[in-house]
Write a new protein. Structure first.
Length: 277
């Protein structure tokens, strides 16, 4: 495996799918069947999102607790295939202006101060490109319900400001954000996702059955408003997109989302978000 231009763990991670596709292609050749589209690659593509989900959030947390920083397994990079749909601008690229901007990362430290108007939290947000200090007032704290334990990805909206150079030592990071909205990735997914698209192949009957069963179970859960689901069914002759009925709308909680990723593979799932939130 080391002769390929891929890391060993990435090849092992997709070995099952590779063998299934190879067996199917071998059978097609023996039966004299030719696929006009060639070997289906969609289920094997190692896009950035599938690479970024190779490690669990737990590994990232343990790495930070042991070393004091993320060496290889940053949570944002592991989940960037999803994060880029809702927060595509990295912290290092945030500009200084009066318009509201969005940043996403992991809170690695925070300090809470009590004032006459309530609590104010100063939290350091890290996205592996840079860090920014979040200034969060009591009203935003009450609405967000963020734990600040470093075990979840946080999405912050607000105005970006820059501290004067002579005050950097006293007040910490240069780049700061006055936060107006704060969500966990799970909260943002549930609130802002417009459509969930799932790729499935005719050569995966077991996955299709599990997917249908999962969607039925998810749609029965009590929820204010679920996310619409689209199935992209791939065959040797092409692809057919099917929008499921409203009674199949689902709540995209972390638990449900993890089940779907295990059933279909993260590389076969795509989330579409509303452009403005």
């Amino acid at each position: 495996m080391d002769c390929f231009s891929q890391e060993r763990f990435k090849l092992l991670d997709q070995m099952e799918d590779i063998l299934k596709l190879a067996r199917q292609e071998s059978e097609n050749i023996e039966n004299g069947q030719t696929d006009m589209f060639g070997v289906q690659e969609f289920s094997l593509e190692r896009s950035s999102r599938s690479e970024n989900t190779s490690y669990s959030f737990e590994v990232s947390r343990l790495e930070f607790e042991s070393l004091g920083y993320y060496l290889q397994h940053h949570p944002v990079e592991e989940n960037f295939w999803e994060i880029e749909q809702i927060s595509p601008i990295r912290i290092k690229d945030l500009s200084l202006n009066n318009s509201h901007q969005r940043s996403c990362g992991v809170i690695i430290s925070h300090n809470r101060i009590q004032t006459r108007r309530g609590a104010i939290v100063f939290a350091t947000l890290d996205d592996n490109s840079d860090r920014i200090e979040l200034i969060i007032n009591q009203e935003v704290l009450d609405e967000s319900n963020i734990s600040f334990n470093g075990n979840e990805i946080v999405i912050a909206d607000g105005e970006v400001i820059e501290e004067e150079k002579d005050k950097i030592r006293q007040f910490g990071l240069t780049k700061k954000m006055r936060v107006t909205q704060l969500h966990s990735l799970e909260q943002a997914r549930i609130k802002f996702a417009r459509k969930l698209s799932i790729n499935i192949s005719e050569n995966q009957p077991e996955k299709i059955e599990r997917l249908i069963e999962n969607l039925k179970n998810f749609s029965k859960e009590p929820m204010a408003k679920g996310c619409p689901v689209e199935i992209n069914y791939h065959t040797k002759d092409g692809k057919v997109g099917m929008d499921l009925k409203e009674n199949f709308n689902i709540s995209l909680t972390n638990d449900n989302f993890e089940v779907l990723k295990k059933t279909c593979g993260a590389k076969n799932i795509n989330l579409q978000y509303f452009l403005r939130h």
